[in-house]
Design a protein around this ligand. Structure first.
Ligand code: PMP
Length: 392
């Protein structure tokens, strides 16, 4: 039986960029010792006090259907968090609780694209972006952000692509996975002007909003005239080490949230009530748990800067936030793919080739800072020594 093109075309038919990761997993399964610096999973688990709250809620009977847009308490907690960080008045009617940021990205694109509409996104990009757009019948169009610009996108390029394609939306992500770039106020203001001039919805993926090592996180929802055309996607995954709990949110205009609630009713039918209670408890603790979860990445970011300063083959571009460092290895003359494969074979260290994140990251590798500090120091030291040998 024939399946829909919308379904079978989600990956676009190309490589999904996970080859090195899968090869590393196979080596590990065979008993080889491989240092895994590929995916964005914390090396700590969800904090015991948050798990206790989940356990209490489940045992108190919150195991039935929860309200579909989210519990009142969880929506209020998210509204408070977003209002505090954007300065824009935000109420529970602006919040939909989703099964993680990924479900939020899907729903946000579903909300603004008709079949065949163009949706813009910035390359390098988080691997699910083009597939998410295709999954709702949209046509993904990438806009290159250059290594030379510190991976800050150029508003002129967005404007030109919006004009040429008649795009309906733009997806951005700051702090950025995979580049570690934190968009400056100037970048965001220029993007906001393009969105207004070209009548674009802005979908802003802010799942790394508390992992900022340089500069400050600015949500474009806070910029003049943007709240009504912005769908902000957030998540507990990265901020509270709750990746497996699958809880996130969309914050946007009331009308959008009302219709998105209908979509949620016809897809997930809500998010587990005991997970929402645990998340509400965690958000109620304020910034302290977020700072604890982010702290190891901040320390490892400093280790990376120290090691990078001691050599001149590999360039870091620019590790300002999130759990990754993007390294420019073009001085070795190798592609990111060749470098990552050779590194896995010769050093038993697994990193993601830049090419997995789009054409703009060719000649780069992404190193996830997701192993203990000392192991990270040794591993990154070996990556840099390997690059020096290849460049020589
Ligand atoms: N956006 C970005 C940029 C990510 O890196 C991730 C997870 N790796 C997500 C969204 C989705 O996260 P989740 O669904 O766990 O909230």
């Amino acid at each position: 039986m024939k399946l829909s093109h919308r379904l079978t075309n989600i990956t676009g038919g190309g490589s999904d960029g996970w080859e090195v990761f899968l090869r590393a997993r196979r080596m590990i399964a065979k008993g080889e010792k491989v240092i895994e610096l590929t995916i964005g999973e914390h090396d700590i688990r969800t904090a015991p006090n948050i798990l206790d709250a989940m356990d209490r809620a489940a045992r108190a009977g919150h195991t039935g259907y929860a309200l579909v847009p989210g519990t009142h308490a969880m929506r209020a907690a998210v509204a408070k968090r977003v209002e505090e960080r954007t300065g824009v008045p935000t109420g529970i009617d602006n919040v939909l609780i989703t099964a993680g940021g990924q479900a939020g990205l899907f729903a946000a694109h579903h909300a603004v694209l008709e079949e065949g509409d163009t949706a813009l996104y910035i390359d390098p990009y988080y691997t699910t972006y083009p597939g998410t757009i295709r999954a709702v019948g949209g046509v993904p169009v990438a806009i290159e952000a250059r290594s030379e610009d510190g991976f800050q996108p150029r508003a002129e390029a967005i404007d030109a692509a919006a004009k040429a394609t008649g795009a309906k939306s733009l997806l951005i992500n700051s702090p950025n996975n995979p580049t570690g770039a934190v968009y400056s106020r100037a970048t965001l203001e220029a993007i906001a002007e393009v969105c207004k001039a070209r009548d674009l919805w802005l979908i802003t993926d802010e799942v790394y909003d508390v992992q900022v090592w340089e500069g400050e996180h600015i949500s474009p929802r806070a910029l003049p005239g943007m709240a009504e055309r912005t769908l902000l996607v957030g998540s507990m995954s990265k901020s509270h080490a709750m990746t497996g709990s699958r809880i996130g949110w969309i914050v946007g205009p009331q009308e959008a949230i009302a219709h998105l609630t209908n979509l949620a009713t016809h897809t997930n039918y809500g998010v587990a009530g005991f997970v929402q209670e645990a998340a509400t408890y965690a958000l109620g603790l304020g910034k302290a748990p977020e700072i604890d979860v982010a702290a190891p990445f901040h320390r490892r970011h400093l280790i990376a800067l120290e090691l990078l300063a001691g050599q001149n083959v590999v360039k870091a571009t620019p590790p300002q936030g999130a759990m990754y460092v993007m390294l420019d290895i073009r001085a070795t003359g190798m592609s990111g793919n060749d470098f990552a494969n050779a590194l896995l074979d010769e050093e038993k260290i697994a990193v993601m080739p830049g090419e997995s994140f789009g054409a703009a990251a060719t000649g780069h590798i992404r190193v996830a800072m997701t192993v203990a500090d000392e192991e990270f120091r040794v591993a990154l030291g070996r990556v840099l020594a390997f690059a020096a040998r290849k460049a020589a």
